[in-house]
Design a protein around this ligand. Structure first.
Ligand SMILES: Cc1cc2nc3c(=O)[nH]c(=O)nc-3n(C[C@H](O)[C@H](O)[C@H](O)COP(=O)(O)O)c2cc1C
Length: 319
């Protein structure tokens, strides 16, 4: 039974993962914080906290709220800044047997390019994941990822600034995810992550005010899973770059849904906040399932739920 895979088959350097389970950005710190609680070296890869050019203090408290089926967060990209990542974290990562992918966030297209340029060639950095769910300050704070053209500009700026593999992480807060995926894949992305959190909010009825310090937040966890699975299923037919599924994965069965829909790998976020061991349990469960089903390689099940139908069921034609 073989859990390994090549994450970037079209990139000259590529990146071999020992299994398809990746720790999602913002839920596993810089990797080292969890060292006492879980054997992080078991993971296929780790994506670090979203990184900006300058350190950021993040949003006012409260920042995290439990809902009946997931988490609402408004962390506001609190992070140590790219300089400290390169100086203090990357040298550590270079000694680890698990690849670390740096998640980046900018306020302008140029900032994304600058972040990628700074990280290019830094030992310990295996790839870049581009978070296009952040507000574009030059466009009235609309998310970069909400507009195919803006999303493509970011992907191109990062592609041109680095020789590292580039993953673009899409936002689900869009009307037509396929259009954004096509634009980004056509602008040099080596893989796409689907998806980031859904925008949401909660009101404190006693105070008659929004609960979260950031007012709105991102919904993750079980409520997000069907949305993200549908997006993976639809985008799989439309682009020829690998997809990484993300949203509400708590168990091996959740991960299998994404793989069968068309994801080559998956990221685990909120589940690790609840239980740092969650991702390792998913790896074990996935291995067990493959043995029981007599599947020799995990790559054999990628996209298997698509069946023979490659005609491209339109994403919003299900009503
Ligand atoms: C507390 C928290 C912080 C997050 N920070 C980031 C971040 O910095 N960059 C990013 O791209 N995604 C961030 N995310 C989104 C996750 O990486 C993931 O895409 C999302 O939570 C959906 O997966 P899940 O349902 O498994 O949590 C964050 C999520 C949470 C819950």
């Amino acid at each position: 039974m073989d859990l390994s895979l090549e994450l970037f088959p079209r990139h000259p350097k590529g990146l071999r993962l020992k299994n398809p389970i990746i720790a999602a950005s913002g839920t596993f710190g810089y990797g080292n914080e969890y060292a006492d609680m879980v054997d992080a070296t078991r993971l296929g890869a780790i994506v670090c906290k979203g990184t900006t050019l300058e350190p950021r203090p993040g949003n006012p408290q409260p920042r995290l709220l439990e809902t009946p089926s997931g988490l609402l967060n408004s962390i506001g990209l609190q992070n140590i800044g790219v300089g400290a990542v390169i100086r203090d974290k990357a040298p550590l990562w270079a000694t680890w047997p698990v690849p670390v992918i740096v998640n980046i966030a900018g306020e302008t297209v140029d900032e994304f390019g600058e972040l990628a340029r700074r990280l290019d060639g830094v030992p310990g950095v295996a790839a870049i994941e581009v978070n296009i769910s952040c507000p574009n300050v030059q466009r009235g704070a609309q998310e970069f990822g909400a507009d195919p053209e803006q999303a493509a500009l970011v992907a191109r700026a990062v592609r041109d600034a680095t020789s590292l593999p580039v993953i673009v992480k899409l936002t689900p807060n869009v009307g037509d995810i396929v259009a954004v995926a096509r634009a980004v894949a056509g602008s040099g992305a080596d893989a796409l992550t689907l998806t980031n959190t859904l925008r949401g909010m909660a009101i404190d009825t006693k105070r008659k005010r929004p609960v979260l310090g950031g007012i709105t937040g991102g919904l993750s966890g079980p409520a997000l899973k069907p949305v993200a699975v549908a997006m993976v299923y639809s985008v799989y037919k439309a682009v020829d770059v690998p997809l990484i599924g993300c949203g509400g994965i708590y168990t091996a069965s959740d991960a299998l849904e994404f793989l069968m829909a068309g994801a080559r790998a998956v990221e685990i976020g909120s589940a690790s906040i609840l239980n740092p061991d969650a991702a390792v349990r998913v790896i074990d469960g996935l291995g067990q399932w493959l043995i029981e089903q007599r599947v020799t390689a995990v790559t054999e099940i990628v996209g298997i739920a698509q069946g023979e139908d490659r005609s491209g069921v339109a994403f919003y034609e299900h009503h």
